[in-house]
Design a protein around this ligand. Structure first.
Ligand SMILES: C[S@@+](CC[C@H](N)C(=O)[O-])C[C@H]1O[C@@H](n2cnc3c(N)ncnc32)[C@H](O)[C@@H]1O
Length: 364
């Protein structure tokens, strides 16, 4: 059975666990598995399930909350006890903040007023950065925060895609034009149901190490892993595609961020090839101290303007200079078309790459 932690929360551009499974099986190494762009943690979690030590980082708080919850979870009993405590305190409390806040219209249409009180209470109470029980509950909340609530009783919001948070003005127009009203949802009841469902598959014995950081500075957070990483299985942000913060703005708000989707695309490195390759070179350099004498790097990469030959040679060059080691491709790579996803259909075909390339490199 598929482990029920895998899908705790959707994440844009995630790869399937079968991809990780295939590459772990193909590796002859047994050291630490590392993912510097871990997203929702597929590499790390699947490696732990297979008895491998695993670690990784990401720059996005949503990614770190989900991955941390999956890869270093509390027991189900601890989660249920904390939910009881939170609910008791909520029932005895007055609303945690005044109802007026930025984007009042958006929030008033997104959540039923009573559900919104609970959501804001949980947002304020959950110490997800420092407490792993709270982090697990926060990750469950992220997965339930928005979605197709007309199809499932487990989403807190008015109907919305579950993969990305649509922009406030667009959402308001759409809800108004369709006459969609937010359903009442008891978040505590939903969360208890999700705990029962998710823990039906037991968590892995091994625990992963997950850090919120830019990959370019990763090594200093994992010094006890210096020279121990034998397998990197990763997927960097694709050239010229998504902005992970903008796409996850409502989940970032839940984790304590501003009530805004206005994450500007000021950073050209994901949209300009020269900056993009330089960024990847810096990222490989940022993890270089962790890499063992012999290691295997698997990289899934994509972009609307990224041909396979160029991707292979540029990746090989950036790995060679970033790691400061000899790097050779294990094969010519595999190109596949990107499945149409819910996020793609919302954004229109132009926003997403049509193909992805998978490459494997041997580092010595
Ligand atoms: C293609 S996604 C990875 C998805 C992942 N393989 C999964 O299965 O969920 C790329 C990730 O890189 C992260 N990212 C972007 N810039 C970063 C940086 N400078 N350092 C670390 N992570 C970064 C994004 O937040 C995003 O989660």
């Amino acid at each position: 059975m598929r482990h029920r932690f895998h899908a705790i929360c959707p994440y844009f551009a995630m790869f399937p666990e079968s991809f990780v499974e295939k590459h772990l099986a193909a590796s002859k190494y047994e050291g630490v598995v590392f993912d510097p762009f871990c997203g929702r943690g597929t590499t790390i979690f699947e490696s732990l399930l297979r008895g491998r030590a695993a670690a990784g980082c990401d720059i996005n708080a949503v990614a770190i909350c989900i991955t941390g919850a999956k890869c270093d979870p509390p027991t189900a009993g601890e989660v249920l006890t904390r939910l009881d405590e939170l609910e008791r305190e909520f029932v005895g409390s007055s609303p945690s903040e005044p109802m007026t806040e930025d984007m009042e219209e958006f929030f008033g249409l997104c959540f039923h007023a009573d559900t919104y009180d609970q959501v804001r209470y949980l947002r304020q109470q959950l110490m997800w950065q420092t407490n792993k029980v709270d982090r697990f509950i926060a990750a469950l909340c992220l997965g339930a925060l928005h979605g197709e609530s007309h199809r499932s009783p487990n989403y807190f919001s008015n109907r919305m895609p579950r993969t990305i948070s649509t922009k406030p003005a667009y959402s308001v127009r759409w809800w108004r034009s369709g006459g969609y009203v937010p359903p009442y949802r008891d978040t505590f009841g939903i969360l208890r149901g999700l705990v029962a469902y998710r823990y039906r598959t037991p968590p892995p014995q091994q625990r992963g190490v997950i850090v919120l950081t830019d990959a370019r500075f990763a090594a200093k957070h994992f010094t006890d892993m210096n020279g121990k990483v034998t397998d990197v299985i990763t997927s960097p942000p694709y050239l010229d595609t998504t902005n992970y913060r903008e796409d996850q703005w409502l989940r970032l708000w839940f984790l304590g961020g501003e009530a805004t989707s206005n994450y500007r695309r000021a950073d050209a490195r994901h949209y300009n090839k020269e900056f993009y390759w330089r960024f990847l070179e810096e990222a490989w350099s940022g993890i270089a101290p962790l890499v063992a004498n012999k290691a295997r790097f698997v990289v899934r990469i994509g972009g609307r303007r990224l041909e396979k030959a160029e991707a292979l040679s540029s990746l090989c060059n950036t790995l060679t200079s970033g790691l400061g080691r000899a790097v050779r491709p294990a094969d010519n790579g595999v190109t596949s078309s990107v499945k149409s996803s819910q996020a793609n259909s919302f954004r229109g075909a132009k926003a997403s790459p049509t193909v992805e390339h998978d490459f494997c490199f041997i580092v010595s």
